[in-house]
Design a protein around this ligand. Structure first.
Ligand SMILES: Cc1ncc(COP(=O)(O)O)c(C=O)c1O
Length: 400
């Protein structure tokens, strides 16, 4: 008999960004005004037509279980939307499973795929949940560095080198959280060429795929390499595109064998995603795109203000990201500088100093597998971005 916690939790890292957000909360409580660039979600409200559809659904009785993998009409809408956005690529409704957010889709996949001894290739910088989910299931994340000079994308040579007989999957995120980088069709084709010669699952997280800017040619790996269909799993959802993070609806588009496995996993945990939220997601996919277009234009404008502003600051270097809503500057140029008793030695100390001195909250790169960088979300008003940049500039000017 024992009352111990499961040993699997010992390998999971608690959130390393927590210390900064706790400190930011403390400062706010003391009445200090903090500008936060740490948010990982759109600052907009869910568009009105989506909210209205959800209210109607409640009144019309959306209070029952649905199919575990999501209502057929939602999966039909996802199928049609994906076909439209992915160059005619068709996933039928039985090749789609809807879950409680894309994070849940990824966790279901982890449960369905990974076990002790499996290696999962994850390019760094990575979204923090990828390695933790792999570890939780007893697998080994194989972190492969990418380079800022390559636009933070995984090269075919680096992928080839990371492969072993134990490789179970590769997780690609494009556009990426935290870097905002996205893979061009040529870069995807090069990875597909390696994948063809080996046998592992390709998971492409495309949750930010509609948030690309400046005419970037966003393509899904499967559009570039349709022959890899039997091994490719696309992860997507409404959270980022339609400002619906709190509704919790995400999905996979995948071979039927994967969908059946994930359906089984989900049937023993959450059952279906919340019925009302499914109706909201349906309205998001079938409704007008005006609200999305407006948010998209605003994000693009903020991207320019944030990135140009950061790149102009002494000691910082920031590439213009292709997508998502994050800027990811290098802060290495600040190492060794001092202000008062502070010496900046790494990205965590830079983030702490920015919070204390500039009253600006940013997320250090280390938890994303990217020491030397910080992440700033521009999902906040242009006015606050300008003010935050000014504060950072003033704090930088005080450094010696
Ligand atoms: C890369 C990436 N994938 C997945 C998710 C999860 O999205 P959801 O809100 O649908 O769970 C996020 C959210 O931050 C993300 O940044």
């Amino acid at each position: 008999m024992t009352r111990s916690l499961a040993t699997r939790l010992q390998s999971v890292q608690p959130s390393a960004t927590l210390a900064i957000s706790q400190r930011a909360a403390e400062l706010r409580k003391q009445g200090i005004d903090i500008i936060s660039f740490s948010l990982g979600e759109p600052d907009f409200h869910t568009p009105a037509h989506i909210r209205e559809a959800a209210k109607r659904a409640i009144d019309e009785g959306a209070s029952h279980y649905t199919a575990v993998r999501g209502m057929p009409k939602l999966r039909e809408a996802i199928s049609a939307d994906s076909k439209k956005r992915r160059g005619g690529l068709v996933h039928t409704p039985d090749e789609i499973v809807v879950s409680v957010g894309a994070k849940h889709s990824l966790f279901n996949l982890a449960l369905a795929l990974y076990e002790e001894g499996d290696e999962v290739i994850i390019p760094a910088p990575y979204w923090v949940s990828y390695p933790e989910q792999v570890r939780m299931l007893g697998g080994t994340p194989v972190i492969v560095e990418t380079r800022e000079e390559d636009g933070f994308v995984l090269t075919a040579a680096a992928l080839e080198q990371a492969l072993t007989p134990r490789t179970k999957a590769l997780i690609l995120c494009t556009p990426s959280n935290p870097t905002g980088s996205a893979y061009t069709p040529t870069q995807l084709a090069a990875l597909a060429e390696v994948a063809r010669r080996h046998d592992f699952w390709l998971i492409t997280d495309e949750i930010y795929s509609r948030l690309v800017y400046g005419g970037f040619e966003q393509r899904s790996l499967l559009e570039v390499a349709p022959d890899l269909r039997d091994r490719t799993i696309i992860v997507d959802g409404v959270s980022k595109t339609h400002a619906m993070t709190g509704w919790r609806v995400g999905w996979i588009l995948a071979p039927k064998v994967i969908c059946d496995a994930v359906d089984m996993v989900q049937s023993q945990s959450t059952t279906n995603p919340t019925a009302v939220a499914q109706f909201a997601a349906l309205a998001a996919l079938e409704g007008p795109d005006d609200a999305f277009d407006a948010m998209h234009a605003i994000f693009d404008e903020r991207r320019q203000v944030m990135v140009r502003g950061l790149a102009a600051l002494p000691g910082l270097r920031c590439r213009m990201p292709e997508g998502a809503f994050y800027a990811f500057p290098s802060v290495v140029g600040l190492y060794g500088k001092t202000v008062g008793s502070h010496t900046l030695t790494d990205d965590v100390s830079v983030a702490q100093w920015l919070l204390e001195e500039a009253r600006v909250a940013v997320v250090p790169g280390t938890p994303f597998g990217a020491p030397g960088y910080v992440r700033l979300s521009y999902a906040t008003s242009t006015e606050l971005i300008r003010e935050g940049l000014k504060r950072i500039g003033d704090a930088l000017a005080a450094l010696r």
